[in-house]
Design a protein around this ligand. Sequence first.
Ligand code: FES
Length: 428
Amino acid sequence: MAATPLATPMERAPDPELGTAPIPKSRYTSAAFAQREWERMWTRAWLLAGRESDAANPGDYFTFEIGPESVLVVRQADGSLAARYNVCMHRGNRLREPGRGHAESFSCLFHGWRYGIDGKLEAPLDPESFPQGCVGLDLRPVRCETWAGFVFVNLDARASPLRDYLGVIPDHLDPYHFDEWKVAFDATIEIECNWKTSVDAFNEAYHLAATHTWTLEFSDDVRTVYDCYDKHTRMIFPEVQASPRHPGAGTVTEGIKKMFLERVGVDTASFEGGPAEARAAFAEAVRKMGPVMGCDFSEMNEAQMCDDFHYTLFPNVTLNIHSLFTWVFTHRPHPDDPNKMYFDFISLMRAPAQDIPRPEKLHFRTADGDTLAGACEGGDLLDEDLYNLPRIQAGMRSAAFEHLHLGDQEVRIRHFHKTLEDYLGSDA
Ligand code: FES
């Protein structure tokens, strides 16, 4: 029997009642607040740790660094995934450097204690020299569950299941079949800002007009819609459509032709339609690429073919979802300094039939003036955000600035803070 086609819900969520109170800047600058986040939120929430495909075979592993912790995610002999703290139980040495790899077992480089890929302590050196014995010294487990090819971990052993935490997200995003998407770019950027400064920057289209002015020719910041769910949020950001702020609004601009239609093979010299026909032509051309890419777009509506379906999974995952590619950002806190963070950026391609070699992770630092232009498709756009972030953080630290003053287009930021408050407690 054929599977029932999936469909992403398109109806608007009810507008949340979140008030208009200012958001104190101390949430972005205070070490005490960051510590509270660690104790009450980071150690309780489900966190995106990586892709299942990065640990495909038994013994394959990758690490996940979050705050002061490092977690090993390891493919087990029975094909399941398991996570363990990346900490030797003898005297606390890290077992593996950050990254991906394969291990038949995990031997500690300090005194050579050896653990199986299941985390069991197999061979302490000179066990007879420990009169107290070496029982109960297996690697400490971490909760690990998967959805759509994404691996999540939770440092709280009593956390409710990942599916409960994700709420509406699987219903919304299962039609994309993310388990079949491949990693095409992988980078971590060290940025001099709080992790929330970075989450916020991608949670609204309000900054497009000033920060990414050149994109208004083919993307519509004004007709962007914002939906808030339980913990998570969505923004549908129209593309292949000019902003009403742009002089070409209501026409098929040169930007729409160059950035969209020509890239998918539409003959713009002979194209005579208006904006609606341009969107239909773009969607149709991408659908025709399906067999070559090895994917079926029949569960995608026209908006999904053209627009950026932008989801934020609390606390720190940003998904910029397009028909052929998705940018996945994770915004991780620095372990000690609330004014620094790590921005992980993987680009996923929906191309199961294409041979896309898994790229090595690249590393950048905004403090060194690093830029993404030339490193990846869209790097010039992200550079504009990366330029802003340290400057926002520096400005927030000024005595002149006391709180964030948010408008309706920034409702996802306000909703994010409400969810954070739910974790931190009313005295947050
Ligand atoms: Fe690992 Fe000693 S700290 S064997």
